[in-house]
Design a protein around this ligand. Structure first.
Ligand SMILES: *Cc1c(COP(=O)(O)O)cnc(C)c1O
Length: 364
C-alpha cells in the first residue's frame, strides 16, 4: 500500500519563510580565533571574583524544580534602587536585545512604522523588520551627528510608532545631546527609545528625563560595562504604564532563576564597575590621541570603542592586515554610510598596545 506523501513547501522540501523576511540578512559578527579580540565591545575584564563566589553560593541553594520568580522582583528592586526609580518602572529580559524585541512587539509590529537614524545599531531595524514593521531610515550628517531638521523631516513624514536613538551611538561612539531627545518627544515621535548600552562611559543619560508623563524609555545592558555578556541580561527604565504593557507581551517565566540572581548580585559591585569604567575611559582617551597622531580620521567617542577611518589605505585592507597581526577589530567598511570605517573596542592596556603597534607597523 502506498503511504500518502506529505506536501512539501517547495522544491528540495525547503519551506519558504514569510515573504517579508526573505530579504533579511541576519546579524553577522565573525568570531575568529585571534590573540587580541577587539571586535564586540565586551569588557576586557572578567567580573569580580567575589561576584562569582556569591553567585555559586546562591545557585547551590536554588530550588531548580520550581519556576523562577515571574516578575523578577528582587532583580527589579535592585536595579530600581541603583537608578533611584520605582521597581514598577523596570522591565528586565534576556539581554537588551530581547528588551528591544519586546518593545517592538508591543508598540510596533505589522502595519506600524519604526524610525532610525543611520548609521546606528543594526539590530533596531533588524528586529523591527522581523516583527513586521516598516522601517524608515533617517540620515545622519557626514560627521555622524543628527541634524534637527532631518529628525523633524523623518518624524513628520512617517509618523513612527517607535523612534530609536542610540546614545552613545554604536558604531560611531557619539553621545546624543539632550535636546535631540527632547525634540523627538516634542515632535510626537511615538515611543522614543534611547538605547544606552554604553551609557556609563558617557557624561549624559536620558534617564533624567524618564517619567510617567513622557513616552520615553531608556534601555541598558549587563553585557558591556558589567562584564557579563555571557549572562544575557538587559533592562528598560520607562513609565509604569509602559512596563505593564510589556509584561503582557513577553513570554511567561522568560527570565530564568540563575540570571535573576546573577543580575541582583552584580549590583553589589557598583564600585568595581565604576573603577573599570574609569580605566576604560582613560584608555579610550589614550587610544584616540594615538590614532589621531597617525594618518587616521577618528570619531570622538563617549563609549568603550572608537570608530576610525584610515586615510592612506582601504578600510577592508587595514582590517585584514590587522588580522594578520592577530588583532581582530570590527569591519564596518561595507556597511552603508561607513565606507572604510573600522571600529575598535577598548581592551586591556596590553591589548591596546598590541593594536597600536600593529597599526604603526602597517601605516607608518
Ligand atoms: C551591544 C548592544 C546591545 C546588546 O546588548 P545585549 O544586552 O547583549 O543584548 C544593545 N544595544 C546596543 C547599541 C549595543 O551596542
Amino acid at each position: 500500500m502506498l503511504v500518502p506523501q506529505k506536501p512539501v513547501g517547495s522544491l528540495l522540501g525547503v519551506l519558504p519563510v514569510r515573504d517579508d523576511l526573505r530579504a533579511l540578512e541576519g546579524y553577522h559578527s565573525p568570531q575568529v580565533d585571534v590573540r587580541v579580540r577587539l571586535n564586540t565591545n565586551e569588557s576586557p575584564f572578567p567580573p569580580p571574583v567575589e561576584w562569582r563566589d556569591a553567585l555559586a553560593a546562591e545557585l547551590s541553594r536554588v530550588e531548580w524544580h520550581r519556576y523562577p520568580d515571574r516578575t523578577a522582583d528582587g532583580l527589579r528592586e535592585a536595579i530600581a534602587a541603583w537608578h533611584g526609580v520605582s521597581p514598577e518602572m523596570v522591565f528586565a529580559a534576556n539581554g537588551s536585545n530581547e528588551v528591544l524585541q519586546t518593545i517592538l512587539l508591543t508598540y510596533a509590529g505589522a502595519g506600524r512604522t519604526v524610525a532610525t537614524f543611520e548609521p546606528t545599531y543594526q539590530m533596531h531595524a533588524q528586529i523591527a523588520r522581523v516583527v513586521g514593521s516598516t522601517v524608515v531610515e533617517g540620515d545622519r550628517n557626514d560627521d555622524f551627528t543628527l541634524d534637527p531638521a532631518e529628525a523633524e523631516r523623518v518624524v513628520t513624514a512617517s509618523r513612527p510608532s517607535v523612534t530609536f536613538l542610540t546614545s552613545p551611538n554604536n558604531p560611531t561612539g557619539l553621545v546624543e545631546p539632550a535636546d535631540r531627545v527632547e525634540q523627538l518627544l516634542d515632535l510626537d515621535a511615538g515611543l522614543v527609545v534611547a538605547d544606552e548600552a554604553y551609557a556609563q562611559f558617557a557624561d549624559w543619560s536620558a534617564l533624567t528625563l524618564v517619567d510617567d508623563d513622557r513616552p520615553l524609555v531608556v534601555t541598558r545592558t549587563f553585557s558591556k560595562t558589567w562584564s557579563m555578556a555571557g549572562v544575557r541580561l538587559g533592562y528598560a527604565i520607562g513609565p509604569t504604564w509602559f512596563v505593564r504593557e510589556l509584561e503582557k507581551v513577553v513570554l511567561p517565566y522568560h527570565l530564568d532563576t540563575a540570571k535573576q540572581i546573577a543580575g541582583r548580585l552584580a549590583l553589589r559591585y557598583v564600585d568595581d564597575m565604576n573603577d573599570r569604567v574609569r580605566q576604560i575611559v582613560s584608555e579610550r582617551e589614550r587610544l584616540s590621541e594615538a590614532l589621531a597622531a597617525m594618518p587616521i580620521d577618528v570619531t570622538p567617542s563617549g563609549a568603550n570603542f572608537i570608530l576610525f577611518r584610515p586615510q592612506t589605505i582601504a578600510g577592508r585592507e587595514l582590517w585584514q592586515r590587522l588580522l594578520d597581526h592577530s588583532v581582530l577589530v570590527r569591519d564596518c567598511s561595507g556597511w552603508p554610510r561607513l565606507a572604510d570605517c573600522l571600529r575598535v573596542t577598548i581592551g586591556t592596556v596590553d591589548e591596546n598596545d598590541a593594536f597600536l603597534d600593529a597599526l604603526r607597523e602597517i601605516l607608518v
